[in-house]
Each structure stands twice: as structure tokens, then as C-alpha cells.
Design a protein around this ligand. Structure first.
Ligand SMILES: *[C@@H]1O[C@H](CO)[C@@H](O)[C@H](O)[C@H]1NC(C)=O
Ligand SMILES: *[C@@H]1O[C@H](CO)[C@@H](O)[C@H](O)[C@H]1NC(C)=O
Ligand SMILES: *[C@@H]1O[C@H](CO)[C@@H](O)[C@H](O)[C@H]1NC(C)=O
Ligand SMILES: [Zn+2]
Length: 582
């Protein structure tokens, strides 16, 4: 001990001993020991002896637990494999794209406010929380949805933008492909384009997520393994229609809906009436391709008013579950289904809390239906749900003034909004493009007061919208966020760990895991060998038309940072808006 600091050192030591004793006393009391710890020398000896015994007991118990967990971990793959060979199994994997832990706190608070519910009223998800997932990709601490979904589909890390392609540009076999090959029925249900990164990663392979035309072809069966999906429900019709059709966003004149029906035997539907004809899956014929939106579905907050056009996530989930259940009734193999709450992510990119809470509630409802299905099903099965990443850097509080803030946020502001910022933006664009001239009144009364439920908009806020109508979505979302005192730190993704939820049987995913371990769990649960699929794909990879990429600027190389960046931008609102403008 340095002699030049005796006082400081002994002081520190003294106070540290003192506080450690006190902490130990408090611990003992908390652990059910004596409440008033006697401080006589005799009882102090007793206390230390007891503490010693207690510490030893804790260490011994911990060692036993560690050993047990280790042994179980070592044996878990074999155990699962044994069980899998014994019985028929169903597996449903749910992805809440871009939903971080703060989204749950915000949505729970919103729901309690809206339903006047007690503080212990929680989401269905909350009751099935089991752990958390680390999300980084092979080339960044902040992942995108493509690398995130590749971790789930292949159980391997890859670069941002990769659609079940590894950093060396070779395809990796996916859980869905392996399930199909093993005799399971398979399905994908989403509220974005079915060619978007998350669904794409399960049934296709592309060097970059932008190759959605190629992804569409592979998803219907132009794939080395042939058709690997039995039911696909979602949006993104534009990538299946030839460029000669209005409503197409394909680069060529191929009609993929026709290819799907003529060559690969799909039943194709594209509207609500035909969806209703499926009777929630009880009258569905597989394979079934249902594309109900040209691009994305509207946000739930807006869809509620257009439910005659678009089915809900829960309705689509139930339809797929029933259809797959019926199709596998006579089989000794069950099904694998991926269901995505796709647009939680978009509400994060748009920093729109009113849109987001309703997206999360819609996802929670679908999650509840899946839980119910497994509770009633005679076939054993597991539900695992997680997110690929967080979006928006959401914070459920926000300081608006230099003075110390109050501890509040206002769910009532979100409750009063009946339109998303995106929908309001689209209505404004429509209003301007049809040559109306009372734009200011329209913005103030129709969009802000009626749509967003904001009665106290300032002149400055209205002016900023009128001055930059192309950015009105951001302005609308900002008006709501500030009033609700909800904070955002980015329009992109963040690196925060995301939650894992699961039904009985998913215990191996308790605690904190790498996202690839979630993918590995899925494979293990169905006892599938994705490695064999990877080998098969390697032999036939020419059929994936990966070489098509060679005509694109990033051929043979990883996308540059700028490309990744510009893509992340496109992942957010503006792209969706352009596609959906009247
Ligand atoms: C449509 O696709 C064909 C190739 O299939 C191409 O030659 C043509 O230029 C495309 N048309 C438009 C308007 O993009
Ligand atoms: C809801 O839809 C009805 C007609 O379908 C329309 O008149 C009304 O303006 C819509 N409300 C919103 C908030 O968009
Ligand atoms: C929400 O709307 C109600 C009814 O119009 C209004 O009384 C209330 O002040 C609004 N709340 C907020 C926070 O704007
Ligand atoms: Zn994502």
C-alpha cells in the first residue's frame, strides 16, 4: 500500500468493510434470515460462520446447476433428435421485424390506457418471454433484416443484404427447404412484400435483397429444389406481374403468377373476396399463393378502415395454420410455418409510435392464435418468436425542454391518432396531385386534427408540412412523438438485443443467445440437416441464377458501404411511399 496515502487508504478500507458488512446483513435479512442482526462479537462470529456456510452452499448449488446445464446443453441436440424421430411435430416461427424491448413497454402502456386495464394486464407475448437475442451480422454490429433472417433460416452469420447466401457468396440451405425435403408442409405469412428480406431468406437465395424479381421466381419453384413452399400469404404482387401490366414493378415481362399456376401448380388469389372463400384455411387447396397488396399491406391503424380489401395478419396466420394442419392430418410429418409482423419495422423507420403500437398489437393477436392452436393441437409442436433487430432506437420517454423532465409519457396522444403518418402523407400527396388549392385547410383539419387527433398544431408545424410536403410523413410522425413524449434516435436499425418468446418445448432458448442459435434450435427441433441442403445447392447453384448478379454493379464483390447505406434508406418509408402513391 503506498505510504503517501495512508489516511485515504485506511479510510476507504474502513468504510468498505463497514458497508460490506451492512450489505451482507441486508442480504441475509432479504434471504429470509434474521431481521435485526445482533452486532455483539459472539453473534458476529456466528454470523460469519453462517455466511461462510451460506456462501459455500450457494457456490455448490451454482456448480451443480452449471454442470446440469452444461450436460443438458451437450445432450440437447441428440435428445431433440431422438424425440423428433419418435413423433410428428409442427413448428411455427414468428418474427416481429424491428421490434425491440421498448416497443413492448410502449405497446403495453398504450393498451392499458386504451382499455382502462390494470397495471398487471400484459400482452400475450409478455407471458411467453424466455430470453433475448444478440443480433449483429458478419459485417456489422448493426444488422439488417436480410442478415438477420439468414441467421434464422440457415443458422449462420452473413453480411447485411444477404438472402441466405454466405459471406463467400455461396447459398446456405434453409430450415424451410430442409423441412420440405423431409416431407413437412411449409408456409410463409407476412404483411410486406413476400419477396422482402425476411420471407425471402426462407425460400430463396440472392446475393442482395434488392433482387426481388429473382426472389419471386425462386419462391414459386424456379429453384434447384423445385417448389419448396406450400402456402404463401402476403403482399408484393408487383414483383410477380409482367412489366407490361400496370401495377408491375418487375424489370422484365415475365408473368410469375402465370408461371406459378401453369408450371408449378399453384392456386393463385389476389383479393379479399377469394381470401374469404378460403374460410380461414378450412377450404384452402395447396399450394396456395395469395398476394393481397401490390406492395406492402397498409399499417394496421389504417387497414382497420380497409378491411374489405386487406385481411389482417391474424386472419392470414389462422388461414395458413388451418390449411397446413389439414394438409398434414394424414401425414407422419407436420408443418413448418414462418409468420412475420413485418411492418413493426417500418413504423420504427418512420418513427411513428401510433402506427407501431397497433402493429405490435396485431402481432400479439396473431401470436395468441398460434399459442391457442398449440394448446388445442394433438400433435406436439413449438412456437418460437423473436425479432431480427430493433428499429428506430425507440425510447419510451423524451426530454423536450432544457429543464429536468417529468417522468411521464402520454399514450393518449397515440390513442387519439386514427391514421398513420404514412397514410396522412399519402393523402396529402393525393390532394396535391389532384390540383386542390385549399391545401392548408386540408392539412390542418383533415390530416392533423381528424387523422392524427392533434388539436393544438402550431403555425410553424403546419408551415413546415406545407413547405416540404415530400417529407410530411416524418413531420406528422414527429408531431405525434413529441406530444406523446416518445423518443427516437435513428430512422434506421439499432444494435440492442431483442426478446425471444416461446411456448413449452422452447426452453433451450432461455437466456441470452446469438441469433444463429435461434436458427439452430429450429433445425434441431425438426431434426433437420440443412448441411445436406447446402451441399445440394452448391452442386446446382447455377439454377439459382446467382450469376444474374454479374450484370449488376456489385457482381462478385460484397456491396459497398454506400450501397448498404442507400439500401437501408430504401428499407424505410420513402420506398413504400413511392410505390403506393396514387
Ligand atoms: C420490359 O421487359 C423487357 C424484357 O423482358 C424489356 O425488354 C423492356 O424494356 C421492359 N420494358 C420496360 C418498360 O421496362
Ligand atoms: C375510412 O373509410 C371510409 C370509407 O371506406 C372513408 O370515408 C373514411 O374517410 C376513412 N377514414 C379514414 C380515417 O381514412
Ligand atoms: C384526445 O382526444 C380527446 C377527445 O377529442 C380530447 O379531449 C383530449 O384532449 C385528447 N388528448 C390529447 C392528449 O390530445
Ligand atoms: Zn428487419
Amino acid at each position: 500500500m503506498p505510504s503517501d496515502q495512508p489516511l485515504f487508504a485506511s479510510d476507504r478500507r474502513g468504510s468498505s468493510i463497514h458497508s460490506e458488512e451492512r450489505a451482507a446483513e441486508e442480504d441475509t435479512a432479504l434471504l429470509g434470515g434474521q431481521r435485526n442482526v445482533d452486532s455483539s462479537p459472539q453473534s458476529r462470529t456466528k454470523f460469519w460462520r453462517e455466511l461462510g456456510l451460506f456462501t459455500w452452499a450457494v457456490i455448490a448449488t451454482a456448480a451443480v446447476i452449471v454442470l446440469a446445464v452444461y450436460t443438458q446443453h451437450q445432450g440437447s441436440r441428440q435428445n431433440d433428435n431422438k424425440a423428433a424421430t419418435k413423433g410428428k411435430r409442427n413448428l411455427i416461427f414468428m418474427v416481429s421485424d424491428g421490434m425491440g424491448p421498448a416497443s413492448l413497454s410502449m405497446t403495453r402502456g398504450f393498451r392499458q390506457f386504451e382499455g382502462k386495464l390494470p397495471h398487471d394486464d400484459v400482452l400475450v407475448l409478455d407471458k411467453h418471454f424466455i430470453g433475448s437475442s444478440r443480433t449483429r451480422s458478419s459485417n456489422s454490429l448493426v444488422t439488417d433484416s436480410a442478415a438477420g433472417a439468414t441467421a434464422f433460416s440457415c443458422g449462420l452469420k452473413s453480411y447485411n443484404g444477404a438472402i441466405s447466401i454466405l459471406p463467400d457468396h455461396t447459398p446456405c440451405g434453409t430450415i424451410l427447404e430442409a423441412a420440405k425435403k423431409a416431407g413437412y408442409k411449409t408456409g410463409l405469412v407476412v404483411t410486406t412484400s413476400v419477396t422482402d428480406a425476411t420471407p425471402a431468406c426462407f425460400a430463396s437465395h440472392a446475393r442482395y435483397r434488392s433482387q426481388e424479381d429473382l426472389i419471386a421466381q425462386q419462391e414459386v419453384g424456379e429453384h434447384p429444389l423445385g417448389r419448396v413452399v406450400d402456402i404463401i400469404l402476403g403482399g408484393g404482387r408487383c414483383h410477380f406481374l409482367p412489366n407490361t401490366t400496370s401495377g408491375s414493378c418487375r424489370g422484365d415481362n415475365r408473368d410469375i403468377t402465370k408461371l406459378a399456376q401453369d408450371k408449378y401448380g399453384w392456386n393463385y388469389i389476389d383479393n379479399r373476396k377469394d381470401f374469404d372463400g378460403l374460410k380461414l384455411g378450412n377450404a384452402a387447396n395447396l399450394p396456395l399463393l395469395g398476394l393481397f397488396a401490390r406492395y406492402n399491406f397498409p399499417y394496421e391503424i389504417d387497414r382497420r378502415n380497409m378491411s374489405d380489401v386487406y385481411p389482417s395478419l391474424d386472419e392470414m396466420a389462422q388461414t395458413a395454420i388451418n390449411a397446413l394442419h389439414l394438409a398434414t392430418e394424414e401425414s407422419d410429418k407436420g408443418f413448418f410455418l414462418m409468420i412475420e409482423g413485418s411492418r413493426i419495422d417500418h413504423a420504427g423507420h418512420g418513427n411513428d409510435p401510433a402506427a407501431q403500437v397497433n402493429e405490435v398489437l396485431a402481432y400479439d393477436k396473431a401470436f395468441g392464435s398460434v399459442v391457442k392452436f398449440f394448446e388445442q393441437s394433438k400433435t406436439q409442436g413449438v412456437l418460437v418468436a423473436t425479432s431480427d433487430h430493433e428499429t428506430g432506437g425507440l425510447s419510451v420517454a423524451r426530454q423536450l425542454t432544457p429543464s429536468y423532465p417529468e417522468y411521464v409519457w402520454y399514450p393518449e396522444v397515440l390513442h387519439n391518432a386514427s391514421s398513420s403518418a404514412e397514410h396522412s402523407h399519402r393523402r396529402l400527396a393525393g390532394h396535391i396531385s389532384t390540383g386542390h388549392n385549399n391545401i392548408k385547410d386540408f392539412v390542418t383539419e383533415e390530416l392533423v386534427q381528424t387523422g392524427l387527433g392533434i388539436k393544438d398544431a402550431t403555425e410553424k408545424e403546419i408551415k413546415s408540412i406545407l413547405d416540404n410536403p415530400q417529407f410530411s410523413s416524418i413531420a406528422f410522425a414527429g408531431m405525434i412523438s413529441r406530444r406523446a413524449q416518445i423518443g427516437w434516435s435513428t430512422h434506421g436499425h439499432s444494435a440492442v438485443d431483442v426478446n425471444i418468446y416461446g411456448s413449452k418445448g422452447s426452453e433451450a432458448l432461455r437466456g441470452n443467445h446469438e441469433n444463429t442459435e435461434v436458427g439452430n434450435f429450429l433445425q434441431d427441433y425438426l431434426n433437420l440437416d440443412v448441411g445436406a441442403i447446402t451441399e445440394e445447392l452448391a452442386k446446382k447453384s447455377h439454377a439459382l441464377q446467382l450469376s444474374e448478379v454479374d450484370s449488376l454493379p456489385w457482381s462478385g464483390t460484397l456491396p459497398t458501404e454506400e450501397m448498404v447505406h442507400s439500401f437501408e434508406q430504401m428499407d424505410s418509408l420513402p420506398r413504400g411511399l413511392e410505390m403506393n402513391l396514387p
